[in-house]
Design a protein around this ligand. Structure first.
Ligand code: ATP
Length: 458
């Protein structure tokens, strides 16, 4: 069930409140490029910090690395990206619009073109008399491959030898470091290597705001295990990722786990599931993909590099290439899901409506705002603000009526407003107003830090 608000309204709120800016705006923008504003940068950082904490720091299994964006081109030959990382694309001969064939078919008919050959997709476009979404004509080129990797050159010469690619996923930086991690850690199977970083894909049809962009961040884990135990670990990671999303407060009715059927599976995968969200612009959109990739990646790199990427089992003395389960999620997709799920408008009285972002306090950009009732209370209120700001992201606001200040903070998702009033100096207490319930609690000033810390924990 998609959320009850339309997408344009949510996007407009995110743009106007400082979550997302148009990229290169003063030069007229750059198509589908977005910058994250003051609040957006903080939300993104909070998402990444939580993922890192849950999947790396506190995980009994995993370690983290940070590999380079530019890699030896042999990496992409071995991984299959140079040959195979291509979407089927068709051009409209009338208006010259360019579209991803599977998306064109899916949007027009609801049929899935996943796993279909280019010829089969051409046939589907013909048989269903699909028309161009831009000009309404039915006159397409045949589907052809379009490599999604951005190419650039190292050094001053722009020739084939100096060509390199911006990585289209962070995963390969992990596979090529498998031996390094084994050598420099004391890890035994099963264990995972994770990283967060930028990836680049020259998407044919980017869009839906930050859902599909050409430059994005991924949080990927490659979890290595003994062959034969992989399906159990695959289920474990599907559950763990789903629980993570639920713990962020995403509503159950807006989530589903979609298991790929046999036809849709990559030839090397034993199982793949997507955690999907009911975005307001589509039925369901992928947020997190979890795949059992068997020994495909380490096997390919082993073969191509001539370096053994094996594991010597200390218990059985067997040598084998571990199997790998990969949970991979985009930061921008998670960001968008969180914002779509949190956005709400409430009619408080006939004339009073508030916009409120019901963000989980752990990801909310601003955790608390100190609001003195009068400017005369600036000094003690600022002292409290300074004290809290050392612990979590806190703001100070003394402009406008207290009601307006509450509304401003509701609209950006601040979970707590702390009102410093004239009694505060005599009774040593402040009023803490909670965003969702709007309940107000009187709390001793020396207890405020702890009160909020407990409530913003994940
Ligand atoms: P899609 O089918 O939507 O193109 P995909 O199956 O190609 O996605 P993966 O290669 O599995 O995606 O990437 C893992 C995750 O990275 C996705 O689940 C998504 O969250 C994110 N992601 C992939 N492509 C993009 C993009 N162009 N913009 C933003 N996030 C992306």
């Amino acid at each position: 069930m998609p959320t009850k608000y339309n997408f344009e309204e949510i996007v407009s709120h995110l743009k106007s409140s400082g979550y997302v800016y148009q990229g290169s705006e003063i030069y007229g923008g750059l198509s589908n490029s977005w910058d994250f504003g003051i609040l957006g940068a903080a939300l993104k950082k909070n998402i990444k910090d939580l993922w890192w904490k849950e999947f790396i720091e506190t995980s009994p299994y995993n370690v983290g690395i940070d590999s380079a964006i530019l890699m030896n081109t042999k990496t992409w030959e071995a991984s299959g990206h140079l040959k195979g990382f291509a979407d089927a694309m068709v051009d409209c001969k009338e208006c010259k619009g360019r579209f991803r064939a599977d998306k064109l078919i899916g949007d027009a008919t609801g049929l899935s073109a996943e796993g279909k050959t280019f010829e089969e997709m051409d046939k589907m476009i013909e048989e269903n008399n699909i028309v161009c979404p831009e000009c309404g004509k039915h006159n397409f080129t045949n589907a052809r491959a379009f490599n999604l990797m951005f190419k650039t050159f190292i050094g001053t010469l722009e020739d084939a030898k100096s060509a390199v690619y911006l990585r289209p996923e962070t995963a390969q930086g992990i596979f090529v470091n498998f031996n390094n991690v084994l050598r420099t850690s004391r890890k035994k199977l099963p264990f995972g290597i994770g990283q967060i970083g930028k990836s680049f894909r020259n998407e044919i049809t980017p869009g839906n705001f930050i859902f599909r962009v050409r430059e994005f961040e991924q949080m990927e884990l490659e979890f290595f295990c003994k062959p034969g135990t992989d399906l159990d670990w695959y289920k474990y990671w599907v559950d763990t990722c789903y629980n993570f999303v639920r713990r962020l407060g995403i509503k159950e009715e807006n989530l589903r786990i979609r298991e790929h059927d046999k036809e849709e599976l990559s030839f090397y995968s034993k199982g793949t599931s997507d955690i999907e969200y009911a975005f307001p612009f589509t039925d369901w959109g992928e947020v997190w993909g979890i795949a059992d990739r068997t020994d495909y990646d380490l096997g390919r790199h082993s073969e191509a590099s001539g370096k053994e990427l094996n594991y010597l089992d200390p218990e059985t003395n067997e040598k084998y290439i571990p199997y790998c389960v990969e949970p991979s999620v985009g930061v921008e997709r998670m960001f968008l899901m969180i914002c779509c799920d949190a956005y709400d408008k409430e009619q408080l009285s006939e004339k009073d409506e508030r916009i409120v972002m019901h963000l989980h306090p752990a990801v909310a950009p601003v955790k608390a705002c100190v609001c003195p009732l009068s400017k005369k209370l600036s000094e003690p209120a600022t002292a409290l603000f300074r004290d809290l700001a050392g612990e979590f992201h806190c703001e100070y606001d003394e402009a406008g009526s207290i009601g307006k200040r509450y509304r401003r903070n509701d609209a950006i998702g601040t979970p707590f407003c702390i009102t410093f009033d004239f009694d505060s100096e005599t009774d040593g207490c402040v009023t803490i107003r909670e965003r969702d319930s709007m309940e107000q609690t009187r709390v001793k000033i020396e207890d405020v830090k702890q009160y909020i810390k407990e409530r913003i924990a994940f």
